[in-house]
Design a protein around this ligand. Structure first.
Ligand code: SAM
Length: 220
């Protein structure tokens, strides 16, 4: 597989092999619960076409695939070829035909109105303000009228611990991309791209929110 990364977003190609073990340990075994919560907040039908943006090693993609009539209805994309290689290996091990491809959120390689649902989990804090704008516009473009989106990510902290973790990460990791999230700008960015009915379904750990929204048109 070509190992070129075509985004200025903070891809994780160099540490892809560490991602699953680190996530499991850093979350003290709560990763599975977090993914199940994400799944609960995804309001889709079993025959929907779904896109998981910045899917990483595909843990959420594969969980969602199990709820679909055909697992191949879900596609996971990530800018990091090594993340996609791991996701494909995990899918093969499970005998799951979910589709994984290398791609960048700011220039999605899909036709307009291709999907019923778009999800992105812990992804937007990896891209800067302009890439966030372009990526939400792209998510909007590839959704069918009436299609839905769930954005799960770091948001404005609501507890001291959340603030320490969020702003601590911003300065310790020198990660400017976190600022929009920490200032609570995600709903405005989604609205700017055209989404409506934006709601915060849940806020956890004083730091992470589950934002749902919809593309107008279609049937309610
Ligand atoms: C923290 S990981 C989240 C992975 C997964 N969604 C999860 O919940 O575990 C963020 C992912 O975004 C990817 N990424 C960064 N910039 C990207 C871009 N412009 N387009 C697509 N993926 C990108 C990284 O390579 C990384 O795998």
């Amino acid at each position: 597989m070509d190992n070129t990364v075509l985004t200025r977003g903070r891809h994780l190609n160099h540490v892809a092999w560490l991602y699953d073990p680190v996530m499991e340990r850093l979350s003290f075994g709560r990763e599975r619960k977090f993914r199940e919560k994400t799944l609960q907040h995804m309001d889709f039908a079993s025959n929907d076409r779904i896109l998981d943006i910045g899917c990483g090693t595909g843990s959420l993609t594969l969980l969602v695939a199990r709820q679909l009539e055909e697992a191949s209805l879900i596609t996971g994309i990530d800018a990091a070829p090594k993340m996609i290689a791991i996701a494909r290996r995990k899918a093969a091990k499970l005998g799951c035909p979910a589709v994984f491809s290398v791609g960048v959120s700011e220039e999605l390689d899909f036709e307009d109105a291709s999907f019923d649902f778009v999800v992105n989990s812990m992804f937007t804090h990896h891209i800067d303000h302009e890439l966030k704008q372009r990526s939400f516009q792209e998510m909007y473009r590839v959704l069918k009228p009436g299609g839905k989106i769930l954005t799960v990510d770091i948001d404005r902290p609501t507890t001291l611990l959340g603030a320490l973790m969020g702003w601590g990460a911003r300065y310790l990791l020198i990660q400017e991309e976190l600022v929009d999230n920490l200032k609570g700008n995600l709903p405005a960015l989604m609205a700017e791209a055209g989404f409506d009915s934006i709601g915060n379904l849940e806020h956890v750990h004083g730091l992470v929110s589950f934002f749902s929204a919809r593309k107008g048109g279609g049937s309610e």
